[in-house]
Ligand binder design. Structure first.
Ligand SMILES: C[S@@+](CC[C@H](N)C(=O)[O-])C[C@H]1O[C@@H](n2cnc3c(N)ncnc32)[C@H](O)[C@@H]1O
Length: 267
């Protein structure tokens, strides 16, 4: 474990905050972000619950070293800790306020880019990056992937999600963006935030990862489609759940899956 400190921030690290800056956006969202996991039943509750369930399915992490990059408010930790009380967990995030609201114990949180942390040659049994690649510039993603490949243990697993560029949900959201911008979509809405969003097709993800990793599993996530998932959440979720047991990410399911998740091992 790192030495106990409320938050570990390398001194040389500085963030420039501008409109559309992920740090600013997630700092603002931090006080309410955890409600997405523990809120009333509806779209968010379904979306985040499914992602957590599939990301952790079948894992045995007791006594194992786990790293969560872009950990947000620590909801992955809250899900894993009761199952694996003996795991060693570290969480990192570029948003200081997300970490201030985190469920991860203070001495296990690091603020900043993972590749700037003083971690030495430590290896992890599992490295998670859930819901984060969407907000990373391509060069930033490359640096993270390179770092992860060097810090996975011999049988360590990298579990990472991507927003699916070829999802009908993504196309509809792109079409609706001008209308949402004109309306009052509200604080915390990624579409109207000015954030640059990065989406990846199945083939893009394979090409990105296969240089450094061996992909061992694909999952297709969230088969609801905007705006029906907001207008008719319970019907959308019921249809989506009936597709959730399909294994892998077959070609016919990908257009109906807003996110793709990969498990991979270092080569
Ligand atoms: C949508 S939230 C996901 C949080 C958490 N992983 C989850 O599944 O609930 C995205 C998180 O990624 C963080 N983030 C964005 N860019 C990052 C980067 N380059 N490195 C680390 N974290 C980043 C944000 O601050 C935010 O907390």
């Amino acid at each position: 474990m790192l030495a106990a400190a409320t938050v570990y921030m390398p001194r040389h690290q500085r963030f420039t905050r501008t409109m559309g800056d992920p740090v600013q956006f997630f700092d603002d969202l931090a006080p309410s972000y955890g409600e997405r996991y523990a809120g009333k039943p509806g779209f968010h509750d379904y979306y985040f619950g499914e992602r957590l369930a599939k990301a952790t399915e079948g894992l045995q992490l007791d006594g194992r070293h786990v790293l969560d990059i872009g950990s947000g408010t620590g909801d992955l930790y809250a899900a894993l800790q009761p199952r694996f009380p003996g795991m060693y967990y570290l969480a990192s995030d570029v948003s200081p306020r997300m970490l201030e609201h985190s469920k991860v114990p203070p001495g296990q949180r690091m603020v900043g880019h993972i590749y700037d942390q003083d971690i030495g040659d430590r290896r992890f049994d599992a490295i998670f990056m859930l819901g984060v690649t969407t907000y990373m510039e391509p060069t930033e993603l490359e640096r993270n992937l390179e770092w992860v490949a060097r810090h996975l243990g011999p049988s360590g697993l990298f579990i990472v999600t991507f927003t699916n560029r070829h999802a009908v949900d993504s196309w509809v959201r792109r079409l609706c963006k001008p209308m949402l911008n004109a309306g009052s979509a509200g604080k915390g809405n990624v579409l109207t935030s000015g954030l640059r969003i990065h989406q990846y097709a199945h083939g893009d993800i394979r090409d990105l990862l296969e240089a450094r990793f061996r992909i061992t599993r694909w999952d297709a996530l969230n088969h609801t489609i905007f705006p029906f998932n907001r207008l008719f959440p319970f019907l959308s979720i019921r249809v989506s759940r009936s597709l959730a047991s399909v294994p892998g990410a077959p070609w016919w399911l990908r257009p109906f899956s807003s996110d793709l998740m990969v498990r991979a091992m270092a080569r």
